[in-house]
Write a protein that binds this ligand. Structure first.
Ligand SMILES: [Zn+2]
Length: 472
């Protein structure tokens, strides 16, 4: 029975989809004002893993991930680069799609652009005004009234009075300091925008020419696709407040009830103890990281930590992931994975499911893969049929996490590392030569062979009668 941590209730809950065997999932996508950073990589790999696992459990999925293609930060970039909106955002979206396809992310069922949904957003704002959840401020902007929802602050688990104390950004036009913009008038936009740019950046509305606020787009777009039948709403933890808190408020105002059953948040990626964000100089683009590491290593690295935990980004950890993945591929090397999976190895699938059913515990699930690696290594020379079955099981479970799709030889030969990969027979032969040298007390030769193997990340352990080896 799958359990998911729901941010709204602040506890793990048994997952029960609204419709039988079907899951609707909405994940806040990218604001395309710059290249994607490695933090995006973590968030979207996490939701990719969740979707793959739900599919494995037999659910059909409708997955919507929006693209924010109009926003102050985008306008700022247009002014700096003297570009028009469409060509700038198209370039950014193209680059994002390249990064995501290298990461082997499942494509969303729908990938709506904010600018395409402006008429629907306007309709949504009209309903907010009609339901008295929004008002027209003295400066003409349309603002959402936080007071209209008694449970404001529930999702991010904050008391509204406490929030007010922290919010010093009190503007005269706001009835309450926490009220936020749903429609911003062009005349209140302080960026220096040339007259030829204004046509594509603003839209007519009953409240004057302007553009939507950020939070309204996700409420309106998720309403468009799912109404109040949204099973999972996801995003990075940095979106919890104010974005998701505000989104929830707007959606409740329209539906008169919660429209999301499970709010799921991915932990942040931390670099040198600072939150990853583009405003900090420590930003690493996905493109840069994917030039340094194979995308499967990046995926493995992210899934080695539980999705809700913050993750400190270190290059050394990625190198460690590279070796862990090589160990798995090495176990699959020369094995026949196209065998029928029988009940004999079912216990591994059950252990894997037990781990994943516990709020997608991927580190535990990966540890099951390593139990299989160990057993395959042991059985390879003793019972090839059993070893093949376990190899097939290893590949099946790895695939559920979006791993192990490569042919082992192709993977192990990547980056010109072919010459560093020894077959098991070759390793055994070198150990035998070394042991013969030891018998003859030729320590120099024996040590040279041990060092040679060590450089190939193979460590030897001598016991009384036998020399054992393993990758480190
Ligand atoms: Zn959103």
């Amino acid at each position: 029975m799958l359990k998911i941590f729901n941010t709204l209730s602040n506890k793990k809950e048994v997952f029960k989809s609204i419709q039988t065997k079907h899951v609707n999932i909405y994940v806040c996508g990218v604001t395309v004002y710059a290249l994607c950073h490695i933090g995006h990589g973590r968030t979207f790999i996490i939701f990719d893993m969740i979707i793959r696992y739900l599919k494995f459990l037999g659910y059909t999925i409708q997955y919507v991930r929006n693209i924010t293609d109009i926003d102050d930060k985008i306008i700022q970039q247009l002014v700096i680069h003297k570009k028009d909106l469409k060509s700038f955002t198209n370039d950014m979206i193209k680059a994002m799609h390249i990064d995501f396809s290298i990461l082997n992310l499942i494509k969303p069922t729908n990938e709506p652009l904010t600018t395409v949904y402006i008429p629907f957003i306007i309709q949504f704002i009209k309903k907010l005004l009609k339901n008295k959840c929004a008002y027209i401020a003295t400066n003409g902007d349309v603002l959402f009234s936080v007071k209209s929802l008694s449970s404001y602050g529930k999702l991010s688990n904050q008391k509204i009075n406490f929030l007010k104390l922290g919010n010093r950004n009190l503007k005269l036009e706001k009835k309450d300091p926490l009220d936020f913009i749903v429609w911003k008038l062009k005349s209140n936009n302080f960026l220096k925008i040339s007259s030829e740019m204004t046509n594509e950046l603003f839209w007519s509305s009953p409240w004057g020419i302007g553009r939507p606020g950020w939070h309204i787009e996700c409420s309106a777009i998720s309403q468009f696709y799912f109404g109040h039948k949204l099973d999972i709403h996801g995003g990075g933890n940095d979106l919890l407040f104010p974005h998701h808190e505000n989104e929830r408020s707007q959606s409740i105002c329209i539906n008169n009830k919660e429209n999301v059953k499970y709010w799921v948040h991915a932990g942040l990626l931390v670099i040198d103890n600072e939150k990853m964000s583009k405003s900090l100089n420590n930003c690493l683009t996905l493109k840069t990281v994917l030039q340094l590491y194979d995308s499967e290593i990046v995926r493995y690295y992210f899934l080695s930590t539980h999705y809700r935990k913050p993750l400190h980004f270190y290059h050394d950890s990625l190198k460690q992931s590279e070796w862990s993945l090589r160990k798995i591929y090495f176990a699959l090397k020369d094995m026949n994975c196209n065998v029928f999976l029988s009940y004999k190895s079912l216990s591994f699938e059950l252990s894997f499911k037990k781990a994943m059913n516990d709020d997608f515990n991927t580190p535990k699930a990966i540890s099951i893969l390593f139990i299989l690696v160990k057993k395959i290594k042991f059985l390879k020379l003793k019972d090839i049929n059993k070893a093949n079955e376990l190899a097939a099981r290893l590949r099946q479970l790895g695939n559920i996490l979006g791993l192990l799709f490569h042919e082992p030889n192709t993977y192990l030969c990547k980056k010109n590392q072919c010459n560093t990969i020894l077959s098991i027979n070759k390793i055994k032969l070198l150990i035998q030569i070394r042991n013969n040298a030891r018998k003859l007390k030729n320590w120099k030769k024996a040590d040279a062979l041990r060092n040679k193997l060590f450089k190939l990340r193979i460590v030897l352990r001598d016991s009384k009668n036998v020399t054992l080896w393993e990758y480190y």
